[in-house]
Design a binder for this molecule. Structure first.
Ligand code: AAL
Length: 405
């Protein structure tokens, strides 16, 4: 009787198709959707025996490798070379003015004490107790530090503790710096905000916005009084704790403020830290910025690195999440698709906004700035370069070729 039941059940499964596919909403019908060209391109052995990997591969768009790049990093010279005892990090994009490149960055001095000590007087992170400084260079290699651009606000202001992680936008003869702000005391659960300063010259003077232009979502609930960012009653939106790495891009007649969100009660996922990106849109560079209802627009990434390409927005997704180490593109600045999966990328990239970024998808990545941790206390700004790679040449092929010359 038992044997008869097993045969019947097996026959039913065979008649009605793969049971596993039904449970997992398998979208590929092997008989109708797979062309001989797909089988050949993906090297599939038998279209009637598709592994989970082959099923996924069949859903990949055929986008070539125009978005594939590999990076290298180099030391800078002059005032931006590594300096013991000084933090210089999170470079903005570079713009050009009067024959010189300009960059803005986070600067502070002295070691980091962490959260264990005297928070009122200590420095909890390398980016705590910072101001925004700027430097110029004729060739992008040797830099001259010009001085402070935007400093911390007076006691009691929303930016009284630290101003840092800055980006530059040049628009119709005006310059806009967007940056992170923290108000004292800088404890583990502090919520930071985004400030804006503007000037008609990259050398300043800068006028600061009276109020922040972006704040974390106000819909999470901490659990208990302990300074623990993982303990929550309710998490709230993806940006309920932090709004980081702002970058404003003029796009389709509006201003798109891209940012990284951190959520109250952050967890680890199969891609590492739960870090997401969002966008807030304004009609005027000074705001008001309204968060998109489509947020989050990326479920992976870390520092924002976005540029215009082919009528849309490209985004380099690094460091965290299941889609880390990919370059994505969106026609509308909101709905991003993966265009390439890369070996990794430098952190906190400052793009070269003077590049001819329509020349090819990754032209803007040919060179730019990044930062590097020399120690946990001290970081310095460095340079990166990147190259596309269209053909893979084994090291041994190259050695033979070199010898024959
Ligand atoms: C960076 C950025 C933000 C964070 C800190 C400084 O990687 O995401 O800028 O606040 O780390």
């Amino acid at each position: 009787m038992k044997k008869y039941f097993i045969i019947l059940a097996g026959a039913l499964i065979a008649l009605s198709g793969c049971n596993d596919c039904k449970k997992n909403a398998c979208q590929i019908d092997p008989d109708t959707s797979i062309s001989q060209a797909d089988i050949d391109r993906l090297g599939i052995t038998d279209k009637d025996h598709l592994s989970a990997a082959s099923k996924r591969a069949l859903k990949w768009p055929n986008i070539g490798n125009d978005w594939f790049v590999e990076f290298q990093t180099q030391d800078l010279k002059g005032d931006l070379a590594y300096e013991e005892g000084v933090v210089r990090r999170d470079p903005s994009a570079m713009i050009q003015h009067d024959g010189k490149y300009y960059v803005w960055y986070t600067k502070s001095v002295g070691p980091t004490d962490g959260f264990g000590g005297d928070i009122e007087n200590g420095k909890v992170f390398p980016w705590d107790r910072c101001d925004i400084w700027y430097a110029t260079s004729k060739d992008g290699w040797t830099w001259k530090e010009e001085g402070m651009a935007v400093g911390r606000g007076e006691k009691g202001a929303y930016d009284d503790r630290s101003v840092f992680t800055v980006e530059i936008m040049e628009y119709e003869g005006m310059y806009y710096l967007s940056y992170q702000t923290v108000k004292s005391p800088y404890n583990v659960r502090v919520k930071n905000q985004v400030g804006l300063a503007w000037s008609n010259s990259p050398d300043g003077p800068w006028t600061k916005s009276k109020e922040p232009i972006l704040s974390p979502a106000d819909n999470g609930i901490w659990k208990g009084e302990e300074q623990d960012r993982h303990k929550v009653i309710k998490k709230g939106d993806f940006d309920s704790h932090k709004v980081h790495d702002p970058c404003i891009i003029p796009f389709k007649g509006k201003f798109y403020l891209y940012y990284k969100g951190e959520q109250m009660g952050e967890e680890m996922t199969f891609g590492g830290r739960q870090i997401r990106h969002g966008v807030a849109i304004a009609d005027d560079p000074k705001g008001p910025y309204v968060k998109s209802p489509y947020n989050p627009i990326s479920n992976s990434g870390h520092e924002i690195c976005v540029w215009k390409y082919n009528g849309g927005i490209a985004s380099l997704i690094t460091t965290d999440g299941p889609e880390k180490n990919t370059i994505q593109w969106s026609p509308d600045g909101i709905n991003f698709e993966i265009m390439s999966s890369i070996p990794g990328a430098p952190h906190a990239i400052g793009l070269n906004r003077t590049a001819d970024n329509e020349k090819e998808p990754t032209e803007i990545l040919r060179w730019g700035l990044t930062h590097e941790y020399y120690t946990y206390d001290y970081q310095a700004i460095r340079r990166f370069t990147s190259a596309t790679k269209k053909v893979h040449t084994a090291a041994s092929d190259k050695a033979v070729k070199d010898k024959s010359h």
